[in-house]
Structures are given as C-alpha cells and as structure tokens.
Design a protein around this ligand. Structure first.
Ligand SMILES: [Zn+2]
Length: 188
C-alpha cells in the first residue's frame, strides 16, 4: 500500500564520493557507492561523512544515519588521459555526429578510412550518425565534401569530466548539488 512518508529503500541511498579536495571522484558516470560499501569505508576510517540521509540503519547495539556525501581522506590523483573506449569517444563528441550534429543513430567513423591507412586512434576516429557514415563511405572528408565540426583529438581526463557534467544523472540528492553544480546555479 502506498504511504507518502515511506522511507526510501536502502538501495536508493547511494553516497556521492568526493576526492580529498571535495570534487567528485568522477562526474560521468557520477562517483556513487552503495550503502554497504559506504558503511564499510566509514568503519575502515577511509572517508569522512560530509552529509547524511534521514534514513537510519540499526543493529541491536548501534544506529547511524546513512551517509549521502562522503569524502576520501587520501587524495586520488586522476589519470591525465582517459582510456580510449567507445563510451569515452562518444562523451568527447558530446554524443553527437561530428558532421551534422545529429544525436540519434550514432556510430563511429574513421576520418581517414582504414583502407587508406587510417588508424584507430583518438585523432582519427570520430562520432558520426549512420546516414553520414554511409554517405562518407570509404572516403576522406575532403573527398566526400563533408566538413568536420571539430578535429578529433585526444582529450584529457579533466576535459571529459567537464563534458560529462552536461549529462546529469536522473536522480540527484539535494545534498549532492553543492558538489556538482554550484557554478551553474551561480550563473542562473
Ligand atoms: Zn550526421
């Protein structure tokens, strides 16, 4: 039966994980830990609790509010360059076709086709919609008279994280917002 004051299920109480400098470990995907991992880290003294849910957990001898934001005690230095993956490539190109800007039916395009010696690298692979990919065929952009909106390049981890901030997850707990979007709120 529906009850308006029903508490969220434990599975719906992940903690936002901040690095020691108070920035999220990752924006996209957002760095979240489930409540079990979070509690374990608290007891291992690896994190400080920054904010909490109303939801409590109990055992016969103890009770605590579930952390909603935690901060690592030890700073983790992010890798300078992200892995070359399909997902990261889409993220670099903001999930849009590098030729026409379409956001649907996305695939990958070798700018210099493999048949012409083009390699599978950050600098030669770009996001393209299927129609553009088909139209370009085994040609270079010049041969196909298609213009790239930007030259493919190897992004830094920082650049990808900034890009990821444009794609917020569906659920944002109110205690997370200060750590994610304070700058956008200032601009609003
Ligand atoms: Zn396109």
């Amino acid at each position: 039966m529906y009850h308006p004051n029903v508490l969220p299920r434990l599975e719906q109480c992940p903690a936002l994980v901040l690095n020691a400098d108070c920035t999220p470990l990752s924006y996209y995907p957002l760095s979240l830990w489930d409540w079990q991992t979070t509690i374990k880290a608290v007891f291992l003294d690896r994190v400080n609790i920054v904010a909490e849910y109303e939801r409590e957990i109990h055992s016969p001898s103890f009770a605590m509010k579930l952390p909603s934001v935690i901060r690592l005690k030890q700073y983790i230095k992010p890798a300078r360059y992200p892995a070359f993956t399909r997902f990261n490539l889409f993220l670099r190109d903001r999930f849009s076709c590098s030729y026409c800007g379409a956001r649907d039916d996305l695939t990958f395009d070798h700018v210099v086709p493999r048949a012409q010696g083009g390699r599978t690298t950050w600098e030669n692979v770009t996001t393209a919609c299927a129609p553009c990919n088909l139209r370009k065929g085994g040609r270079t952009p010049l041969e196909a008279h298609m213009k790239l909106r930007q030259q493919p390049h190897q992004p830094t981890t920082f650049e990808l994280q900034e890009q990821g901030r444009a794609f917020p997850p569906h659920f944002l707990h109110e205690t997370w917002r200060d750590y994610l979007y304070w700058d956008t709120e200032l601009e609003a």
